[in-house]
Design a binder for this molecule. Structure first.
Ligand code: BDR
Ligand code: CA
Length: 310
């Protein structure tokens, strides 16, 4: 049986890859795409989700717009990485369909409360929608089969020295989710920095001659440029599809169960995922934390799935 999933995202170059992987891999049944403020405003990330789905002919998955800003903080975007549109680089046609009229938070609540089957949540943006849904309807918490999220770091961050972008944008939301008691898998920077789009990945995309592979090639070309400018990376890390790939094949990522706290007040460390790697506290483990990735098999999975598009 296919695993039912909701993808909560903020497209975003790597979120676009997460959508393409989640929508076409036979192990998953994607029930909904929900969008959140993160890489760009929620208006832009929603438009981007619709455009990517339209280009890829993903017409059977509802797309719902979510929270326009973090729970208590002002919105903060990543234009230096994803551009002013949130998905700069490839020319994308206008969407061929519209958002559903339901708010993302209400759609999530409805799906978790009323589905007869287990549903897993994949989160690849700030955790604002997820926390808002948990606060609005706590009865969903025991009904969530699990949350696999891209976010955080065991070590250094990518937005501040201490913090990774998704958690840094909305630490209060992350704290609610991490303390919820839901089975949680965190795919941190230690994992995603191994999913590098190297020249051999670009080469494999070039030989495919498909609308989708051309789109991904152009997407990654822009992403490679901003990652080189901002971080000096020789090849860009495609963070978000790692969370989807883990659900499809958990053997791709090595994980360890540990206690993780979210720093919400630190002057220099707000948004830090404080990971008790060595079990130094007496606090119970609450998160399955990834720490390495089989990048060869990850790229095989990603590229093989892209080849299934027309
Ligand atoms: C995360 O931040 C965003 O810019 C990416 O889409 C990814 O979800 C990486 O830190
Ligand atoms: Ca993202």
């Amino acid at each position: 049986m296919r695993l039912k999933a909701i993808l909560d995202c903020d497209p975003g170059h790597d979120d676009a890859l997460a959508i393409l992987l989640a929508a076409h891999h036979p192990a998953l049944e994607l029930l909904a795409i929900t969008t959140v403020s993160g890489n760009q405003s929620v208006e832009k990330t929603s438009l981007n989700a619709l455009k990517v789905c339209s280009l890829a002919h993903i017409f059977d998955v509802p797309v719902a717009k979510g929270m326009p800003q973090p729970l208590i903080r002002s919105a903060r975007y990543a234009a230096e990485i994803h551009g002013e549109s949130g998905l700069d680089g490839p020319a994308l046609p206008d969407p061929l369909f519209s958002l559903v009229p339901t708010h993302a938070v209400d759609l999530m609540i409805d799906l978790f409360l009323h589905s007869a089957d287990d549903i897993t949540l994949i989160a690849t943006g700030p955790l604002t929608n997820v926390a808002a849904a948990m606060r609005k309807e706590p009865a969903i918490i025991p009904r969530i089969a699990g949350i696999t999220l891209m976010g955080g770091a065991i070590g250094i961050g990518n937005t501040t020295p201490a913090s990774e972008f998704n958690i840094w944008v909305d630490p209060e939301a992350a704290a609610i989710v991490f303390e919820s008691g839901c089975p949680l898998t965190m795919i941190p920077l230690e994992v995603t920095h191994k999913a590098l789009a190297t020249p051999s990945v670009f080469q494999r995309l070039t030989t495919a001659h498909k609308t989708i592979t051309t789109f991904v090639y152009e997407l990654l070309t822009f992403f490679a440029d901003t990652y080189h400018t901002n971080f000096g990376f020789a090849a860009p890390p495609v963070h978000d599809p790692c969370a989807v790939a883990y659900l499809i094949d958990p053997t791709l990522v090595t994980t360890k169960l540990m206690h993780v706290d979210i720093e919400t007040t630190g002057t220099w460390t707000a948004g830090r995922t404080v990971c008790d790697l060595y079990g130094q506290s007496t606090l119970p483990s609450n998160v399955n934390v990834g720490y390495t990735l089989d990048s060869g098999r990850f790229w095989d999975l990603m590229l093989d799935t892209l080849m299934t598009y027309d």
